[in-house]
Design a protein around this ligand. Structure first.
Ligand SMILES: Cc1cc2nc3c(=O)[nH]c(=O)nc-3n(C[C@H](O)[C@H](O)[C@H](O)COP(=O)(O)OP(=O)(O)OC[C@H]3O[C@@H](n4cnc5c(N)ncnc54)[C@H](O)[C@@H]3O)c2cc1C
Length: 454
């Protein structure tokens, strides 16, 4: 990861590739065939790319870690931003870091952790770009204490086809600032952004794991932990025939000093597994074994930050285990007062025998999200994967949507590939207010699907 100053680079032509069929999202569903991919190497290529684009033809692409179609633009063009990967400045006194939009959270951690700083909010993978993380206003295990990433964005520059380069901060173009945070890449292409990091005393986490045996036990653990633990999350076994069981994880940054531990050697899934490998029996066995491993009462340990925040990053291309048809992740939030609805969701999932490994549960806190279209809001969130098995899978997810909409909850666009227009409108009642900030040259597969836009 090179450091670089903010000096202007000579304008060069961006690479344009017409053979663009292989850009998929993390769930590898839905398939998409792009018309052209523009690979921007320098931020000063972005105005030219936007200028020559046709109306509603282009979308910025980060590292494609969104699960569904919010990072796809089927039949149209993408501008790949992951080569905009220069850290522009880092104030190690204040913990402010300014980066081009394609810098990954992993790159930021490599620079920040040895100097005693950490990401203020991080999703469950570090292989996302800063631009992509802002466009989905991502949340993490500290939502109850810290809110979403948008709270820590100090300023950014947006490249628009109609207004050129626009500087945005809470005090400058505040409406466009709010629309861009969680704005699904539709308000312009972020060229660079500055975020405020969080001071830490070391690279380790004091971790406690506690088994639970019912949803109300999980809620009690959440309530008891929110005050004293910065990070909380739970894993639930959706195959359990009895009441919801799972493991509650809670942690704080540790005072244990030491050099940042290097992540262990990654293993990799070399090819898409055949569809029969993952079935209800293998998944039930996996979930049961995982539960049993952690089920011996409360345990404490000190662990490096990587396995705590990013357990899935240890297996490169783990998304291939779901086979050629890919998978869908479903993440929703249900308001706090709709406990029964949450229970109904879990019942539908376990009854379907279609859930997969780790169903993640967390209680979101009440800090308002920074973006106009941000997903997180107070309540219980549930996220889990479903191998794509055609109509049966889609029907089940529609059933889950009905429960979510009935309880005034929301489905997360970053994970979605199939929610209906009705579910989207119910989840984001202010979507029309957002629409006026969309750049006329930008569009996405997701946006066309959920709004009927052309
Ligand atoms: C294993 C795993 C765990 C995850 N855990 C979480 C989690 O805990 N919490 C959570 O919130 N999310 C989570 N996610 C989802 C992920 O954090 C988001 O989808 C994130 O936005 C992906 O970033 P990306 O760089 O891959 O962007 P992409 O997926 O490529 O794009 C995402 C969006 O960003 C836009 N975009 C990209 N670059 C720019 C730019 N320069 N300017 C403007 N818009 C841009 C795109 O147009 C698109 O709308 C997880 C994903 C994975 C695979």
């Amino acid at each position: 990861m090179p450091f670089s100053s903010a000096e202007t680079q000579p304008a060069t032509r961006a690479d344009r590739s017409p053979s663009a069929g292989n850009y998929l999202s993390w769930g590898r569903y839905p398939p998409a065939r792009h018309h052209a991919i523009y690979r921007a190497n320098w931020t000063d290529q972005l105005p030219g790319i936007l200028e020559q684009a046709a109306p509603e033809s282009l979308l910025a692409h980060g590292l494609g870690r969104s699960y569904g179609d919010s990072c796809l633009n089927d039949g149209r063009d993408l501008v790949e931003c992951s080569r905009l990967n220069r850290i522009i400045s880092f104030d190690a006194e204040q913990g402010h870091i300014q980066c081009e939009a394609g810098v990954s959270l992993s790159d930021i951690l490599d620079v920040a952790v040895p100097r005693g700083w950490f990401l203020p909010v991080t999703p469950g993978t570090r292989f996302v770009t800063l631009g992509g993380a802002i466009a989905n206003d991502v949340h993490g295990k500290n939502h109850h204490r810290a809110g979403t990433l948008g709270q820590y964005v100090r300023r950014f520059e947006l490249c628009r086809s109609d207004h050129g380069l626009v500087f945005c901060s809470p005090g400058s173009n505040p409406d466009l600032f709010r629309a861009t945070i969680g704005g699904l890449g539709l308000t312009g292409v972020i060229t660079w952004a500055e975020i405020a990091l969080k001071k830490i005393s070391g690279p380790f986490i004091d971790l406690e794991t506690i088994p639970f045996h019912s949803l109300s036990e999980f809620l009690t653990l959440s309530n008891d932990s929110d005050e004293t633990f910065e990070y909380t999350v739970a894993w639930a076994d959706c195959f359990s025939q009895k009441a919801t069981r799972g493991i509650f994880f809670r942690g704080n940054h540790s005072n244990k000093p030491g050099p940042p531990p290097r992540p262990g050697k990654n293993v990799s899934v070399p090819f898409a597994f055949p569809g029969w490998v993952l079935n209800r029996y293998t998944m039930r066995m996996f979930n049961s074994a995982y539960y049993t491993r952690h089920a011996f009462g409360k345990r404490g340990s000190v662990v490096p930050y990587q396995p705590f925040f990013y357990p899935l990053d240890a297996v490169s291309q783990w998304n291939l285990i779901y086979g050629k048809r890919g998978f869908l992740q479903y993440q929703c939030v249900i308001p706090d007062d709709s406990f029964e609805a949450f229970q109904e969701l879990l019942g539908l999932i376990s009854g379907s025998h279609m859930g997969s490994f780790l169903a993640v549960m967390k209680r979101f806190g009440s800090i308002p999200s920074a973006g106009t279209l941000s997903f997180p809001r107070p309540g219980l969130t549930l996220a889990l994967d479903f191998a794509m098995r055609g109509e049966a899978t889609l029907r089940l997810l529609d059933e889950l949507d009905k429960v979510v909409v009935r309880s005034a909850g929301a489905v997360y666009p970053a994970k979605d590939a199939r929610m209906s227009r009705g579910t989207f409108e119910a989840s984001f009642p202010n979507w029309q207010e957002f629409q006026e900030f969309i750049d006329p040259k930008l569009s996405s597969s997701f946006w066309r699907r959920v709004t009927g836009a052309q």
